[in-house]
Every structure is written in structure tokens, then in C-alpha cells.
Design a protein around this ligand. Structure first.
Ligand code: DX5
Ligand code: ZN
Length: 219
């Protein structure tokens, strides 16, 4: 399976967001990961659908939008019309997961599900046949630059086993604390897509540097 990297723009320079997205795209990024936080579901505020709409023309690669918000159903339509290609919801954030995932797909978007580190894999199991993507959080959601939680790796392995057993047809994505060392663990456990904020955007703001950062994570 192809190894894919989704740089999280949370670690980019927000004053030069379009340019940063163009640079990581030219440097070999596969998706652009967008962290949406509402100050309620997580203790941080980031960006909304207006920014998603503005950055959409900056790159042709898929926009992978990770919603860390309460009542995500209120905004599904708007995030999709703003240009999301993947829309991922936290299982803890809504009472209507089945309806929401179906709606995302009906609107022509890929549906993703994710869970906090303390949430058990059994909580997302009923939805595995309704999603195109399962995101495993390897940090407590809210901030970039945290340390990778090794005790979450079992979830990656378990999901890989589930899909081998025919329980759904989804990509496995890992988010939080991904660097050159932890990336290897994730690939070996069955991950297809790794989100990386600090590990991609560290150092000089240039295509050459971002290319090195991305290649290190893929190798
Ligand atoms: C955390 C976000 C992550 C974050 C990853 O809540 O979901 O996407 O930006 O950042 P790093 O790669 O720095 O851990
Ligand atoms: Zn994220």
C-alpha cells in the first residue's frame, strides 16, 4: 500500500497559508490535513469553513478536514461545500453518528471517524462499514507538538486486523506526535496516512526542506 503524508496546517505560518500549502504540495504531500477546533470539544480555537474555502484553490491534493467540534452536524454541509474531500468526525462529539456519516457520503465527500485516546475501539466498531477513513489519535486532540502516545498503537493494529477480516473498507490514518521514529511504528502497524504538523513544517520554509521532512517520514 502507498504511504501517504498529510501535513497539518496547524503548524504552518497562518500569514502565508496558501503559499505553505503550495510548498508542501510540491514537496510531495499527499493530502492537506485541516484541524478544526471550537474551544468546547477541545480547549483550543483554530479555523472554520471560511478558511477551508479560501485554501481550496491553493492545491489539487485532497483536503482532509478533522472536526474537533461539538454538534458537528450543524456544519457538515458547509464544510463540504467549502471543499472538504474527507470529513472526519469524533465519535464522542455527536449522538447521530450513523446519519452524519451517511450524509457526508451522500454529499459526495469521503467520511471519516476518529476517537480520543481514552475512547475504546469498540465505540467506533459499529460504524466501520460506513466510513472511508479511520483516524487514530496518538495525542489528546487540541494542540500540535505533543508526544506520541505509544499505548495507542494497538488500535492501529486492531483496525488493520478488522479490515483484513472484511469489517469495512477504510484507510487508517494516524494523527499526533508523528516523527521519523514514530512514523516507522505506524507504517509497520498498518497505517496508510500519517498526519504530521511539526515534523513537516519544522526548519526552513522552502520546498526543498519540506521535501526532506516528508521523505524522512515516508522512508
Ligand atoms: C491535534 C491535531 C493534529 C496536530 C498534529 O489535535 O489533530 O493534527 O496538528 O501535530 P503534530 O504533528 O505536531 O503532533
Ligand atoms: Zn488532526
Amino acid at each position: 500500500m502507498k504511504k501517504m503524508i498529510a501535513p497539518s496546517i496547524l503548524s504552518a505560518d497562518f500569514a502565508r497559508l496558501g503559499e505553505e500549502i503550495q510548498m508542501v504540495t510540491m514537496a510531495g504531500a499527499d493530502w492537506i490535513h485541516v484541524d478544526v477546533m471550537d474551544g468546547h470539544f477541545v480547549p483550543n480555537l483554530t479555523i472554520g469553513m471560511g478558511v477551508v474555502k479560501s485554501i481550496k484553490p491553493a492545491s489539487k491534493i485532497p483536503l482532509d478536514v478533522h472536526l474537533m467540534i461539538e454538534k458537528p452536524e450543524k456544519y457538515i454541509r458547509e464544510f463540504i461545500s467549502a471543499g472538504s474531500d474527507y470529513l472526519t468526525l469524533h465519535v464522542e462529539s455527536t449522538q447521530n453518528m450513523t446519519e452524519n456519516l451517511k450524509l457526508i457520503r451522500e454529499l459526495g465527500c469521503k467520511a471519516g471517524i476518529t476517537l480520543r485516546p481514552k475512547t475504546s475501539i469498540e465505540d467506533i466498531q459499529p460504524y466501520l462499514n460506513l466510513v472511508d477513513l479511520v483516524l487514530v489519535m496518538t495525542v489528546e486532540p487540541g494542540f500540535g507538538g505533543q508526544s506520541f502516545m505509544h499505548d495507542q498503537v494497538d488500535k492501529i493494529r486492531q483496525l488493520n486486523t478488522f479490515r483484513k477480516q472484511g469489517l469495512g473498507n477504510f484507510l487508517i490514518e494516524v494523527d499526533g506526535g508523528v516523527d521519523s521514529k514514530t512514523a516507522t511504528i505506524c507504517w509497520e502497524s498498518g497505517a496508510d496516512v500519517l498526519v504530521a504538523g511539526s515534523a513537516v513544517f519544522k526548519g526552513e520554509k522552502s520546498i526543498e526542506n519540506y521535501k526532506i521532512n516528508i521523505e524522512v517520514l515516508k522512508s
